[in-house]
Design a protein around this ligand. Structure first.
Ligand code: SF4
Length: 341
């Protein structure tokens, strides 16, 4: 039987964002920080793509590029078939409506001088075609209800809310624009552990209710596993492994993914003693001067001579759509990293 064809809502082609490093009185360029270095992604309608990696791997820069909060050095982002960076002015504003960013820090992403209701209503003021003036109060009430807030919260200011409530306001504001895609950049990492699960569950419910697709960025692998249909693992600005949640968590092919998984907390006490942690040697190298060949080779316990000479391309491993950038990834003798499910 053929796979159902699912509509692509977001496509990223060879996306690059390099930042020049300038020094001295004359601000001469002395280097280049390769924050995002040739990323390709596809997101389909209703799908959640998780993006994981250590801090500094380029995840947040990627989030800003996907939502046109920054412009790339080169490459293309296509939202609903329209190339985001070819647009300007009103057309760009219209296109950005379809892909909204949920920020990491709900404490700084809201205007402290605006009430909750005004914050959620503001997108309608900027995009008046979305709702007639007389409808907006009702829509704001419905959005607050959808994210688990009550009408009383509408009159409050951000400082009168908890962290979780502020994140709910940010989500309601994004939903006001009726986006197809939410890019969630570490949306729960600034919240108490007890609140994190509530926000993750809320995002899961909203995905169904509003027919959303998510790019869900996090360093916490268990959060990503809970939500994601597919997962991309980033290292030094590049995707080094990508596949279904089952492929990446159950049969990781890249030694970096294997190390991340082996270090992640295991909820099942019976399995804890059976897992062998793969120690990641040293800190991630600087993206200003990445190592030659495979940029993971100085930390990789499996490196061979070729690894410091030739950069491996992202290539098929085993299952359909399971890709890894490692010279040894297609090794049939590869041991899967055991994980609690
Ligand atoms: Fe390790 Fe070599 Fe694979 Fe890079 S290419 S991850 S250094 S084995």
């Amino acid at each position: 039987m053929n796979e159902p064809v699912t509509e692509t809502v977001l496509e990223v082609r060879d996306l690059v964002r390099h930042f020049p490093i300038r020094q001295g009185v004359l601000r001469r360029t002395v280097g280049v920080l390769k924050a995002v270095d040739g990323v390709d992604l596809v997101l389909r309608k209703g799908e959640t793509l998780g993006i994981v990696g250590e801090s500094g791997c380029g995840k947040s820069t990627l989030a800003r590029l996907l939502t046109a909060h920054d412009r790339p050095t080169s490459g293309e982002v296509t939202v609903l078939g329209r190339s985001l960076y070819d647009l300007g002015g009103r057309e760009l504003r219209r296109a950005r409506r379809h892909i909204q960013l949920i920020f990491q820090d709900p404490y700084t992403s809201l205007d402290p001088r605006m009430t909750v209701a005004d914050t959620v209503r503001e997108p309608y003021d900027v995009n008046p075609e979305l709702a007639p003036r007389g409808e907006r109060d009702r829509l704001v009430r419905e959005l607050l209800e959808a994210v688990g807030l009550n009408p009383d919260h509408g009159g409050r200011y951000p400082h009168q809310l908890s962290g979780g409530q502020r994140q709910r306001v940010g989500i309601a504001r994004a939903l006001a624009l009726r986006p197809e895609v939410l890019v969630c950049d570490e949306p729960v990492s600034a919240l108490d552990v007890s609140v994190q699960a509530q926000i993750v569950n809320l995002l899961e419910e909203l995905r169904e209710e509003f027919s959303l697709a998510y790019v869900f960025i996090a360093h916490d692998l268990s959060v990503v596993q809970h939500l994601a249909d597919r997962v991309a693992v980033m290292y030094l600005g590049k995707v080094v492994e990508m596949g279904s949640e089952a492929d990446v968590y159950g049969s990781a092919a890249h030694p970096y993914t294997q190390a991340l998984l082996s270090a992640a907390p295991v909820p099942d006490p019976a399995l804890r003693g059976t897992l062998q942690e793969i120690i990641l040697e040293g800190e991630p190298p600087s993206p200003i001067d990445p190592p030659s060949g495979c940029s993971f080779h100085p930390r990789c316990g499996k490196a061979v001579d070729a690894c410091s000479l030739t950069a491996p391309a992202l290539a098929p491993v085993d299952g359909a759509g399971h890709l890894a950038a490692c010279h040894l990834a297609a090794d049939p003798a590869r041991e899967p990293v055991p994980r609690a499910r």
